[in-house]
Design a protein around this ligand. Structure first.
Ligand code: UD1
Length: 420
């Protein structure tokens, strides 16, 4: 297994070229199952989560290949019972395959998905939504297998909470159904708008994506499409956090500021100067970050839960006391124990609140236990005195294409050690 070796870095400077958003590409890859035709998705980062989704598509009989910085897919024939159980358990996003498979084949069997251990992460909203669309759902709790029968028939349904994944799964399930489907209480994330654009490019009609009422009118057949996904707002936010910790001046080429309002607002509160230069974001920081009294994670357009660990990394070295309240996932502060090994002063209050007292950090031997928590340790290590070893880098590789390459290009002292 690889490790990252990070030595305290000076100010960052230079330009990062952002690639497509993991959280767009994963559902869009699954949506490729909706057509027999060729699909191409451009500007895809090489991430293990995306590679696992490619393998899932292959396991049901589709063709999917990395192709010139993008991914080509052709699902001419698919086997609704063929999904590899081990792959299903590897990533949470494997659940996305269920909606498209049902729409295409009228039946499917999957096992419960895996993914980052940041909370319970049930799939009840996905299954309830499918049954409201007329699908028969049978769960075998002992084996963890979920069997579904019947094509989605369309209709109106309301989500109990705005789950990103359930909204996307149900949009895809509805896309081969000529009867309209209306999802009330859907999530509004930019990646949902991106998925809607892809479904429209394949021939479906989708209105309302980006609001909490989304209507889908499908076609009996969808055709192939090429799509350029939106860039990754969480990766962009990670480089903002690194710049807040180290200071410096960086350009995030391709970053879409309009999708990052709340994140940019918080980083400006840290004292950063952030401007939109038309095709990206310029961020500079010249002083120690300022503390932020209170930050609460919320569904979009609120402050993203995925940015929570990265903001904590910046607040851990800030001048003063900050509080973060996590409202989406129950176990999303595990990385704080590792940050404490680096000297961070963090107190957890109850399940969902941490108080952070900014101070100077020092290097330590720490372990990434989930994707964004691992990115937070990397960010904090850039500003910590001495040397930090981060193991568990496979978690970071799920969402960052060679994070050490991009950070070194900005001048950070970071290298990957193979077989640590
Ligand atoms: C997606 C993102 C993830 C992000 C999260 C919240 C992808 C691939 N992943 O995950 O990076 O952290 O949104 O912005 O896009 N819930 C249920 N039942 C369900 C589904 C969800 O109770 O069936 C709850 C969850 O436990 C959680 C909340 O809904 O408390 C939001 O989860 P959800 O939006 O579904 O997250 P994901 O789609 O898994």
């Amino acid at each position: 297994m690889d490790a990252l070796l990070i030595t305290k870095s000076g100010k960052l400077g230079g330009k990062i070229q952002l690639k497509g958003a993991k959280n767009s590409i994963l559902p869009i890859l699954a949506a490729s199952v909706l057509t027999k035709d060729d699909v191409f998705i451009g500007n895809c980062p090489y991430l293990s989560d995306i590679d696992d989704m490619i393998k899932i598509i292959r396991s049901i009989g589709g063709k999917a290949e990395w192709d010139n910085g993008g991914i080509s897919v052709c699902c001419h024939d698919v086997d609704p019972f063929g999904i590899d159980r081990t792959l299903m358990k590897k990533i949470r996003s494997s659940i996305f395959i269920l909606g498209p498979l049902l729409a295409r084949c009228g039946e499917a069997r999957i096992s419960a998905p895996g993914g980052c251990e940041i909370g319970k992460r049930p799939i009840d909203l996905h299954l309830l939504g499918l049954s409201e669309l007329g699908v028969g759902v049978a769960e075998d709790r002992e084996s963890g297998l979920v069997s579904c029968y019947g094509r989605p028939k369309g209709g109106m349904l309301r989500l109990r909470c705005p789950s990103v994944g359930a909204t996307e799964n149900l949009m895809m399930a509805a896309a081969l159904c000529e009867e309209p489907t209306v999802i009330l209480g859907g999530a509004k994330e930019p990646e949902i708008i991106d998925l809607a654009h892809f479904l429209v490019a394949m021939g479906a009609l989708v209105v309302g994506a980006g609001t909490d009422v989304i209507a889908i009118k499908g076609q009996s057949e969808l055709h192939g499409a090429s799509h350029l996904p939106i860039t990754d707002r969480i990766v962009a936010g990670t480089f903002l956090a690194a710049t807040a910790v180290c200071g410096g001046d960086v350009l995030l080429d391709g970053a879409i500021s309009g999708f990052m309002d709340c994140t940019l607002y918080k980083f400006r509160m840290l004292g950063m100067e952030i401007t939109d230069y038309g095709c990206g974001i310029r961020a500079s920081s010249h002083n120690r970050p300022k503390a932020i009294e209170r930050t609460v994670t919320m569904p979009y357009p609120g402050f993203p839960t995925d940015m929570q660990p990265l903001l904590t990394a910046a607040l851990a070295v800030a001048d003063g006391e900050s509080t973060i309240i996590e409202t989406l996932f129950e176990s999303r502060f595990r990385y704080c124990e590792e940050l404490k090994k680096m000297g961070a002063s963090i107190e957890q209050e109850g399940e969902n609140t941490v108080r952070i007292f900014g101070k100077r950090l020092h290097g330590a031997d720490v372990k990434a236990q989930d994707l964004r928590g691992g990115a937070a340790l990397t960010t904090a290590a850039l500003g910590a005195d001495g040397i930090t070893y981060i193991s568990g880098v496979e978690h970071i590789d799920r969402g960052y294409e060679r994070i050490e390459r991009d950070l070194s290009n900005l001048g950070a002292n970071i290298e990957r050690i193979s077989d640590f």
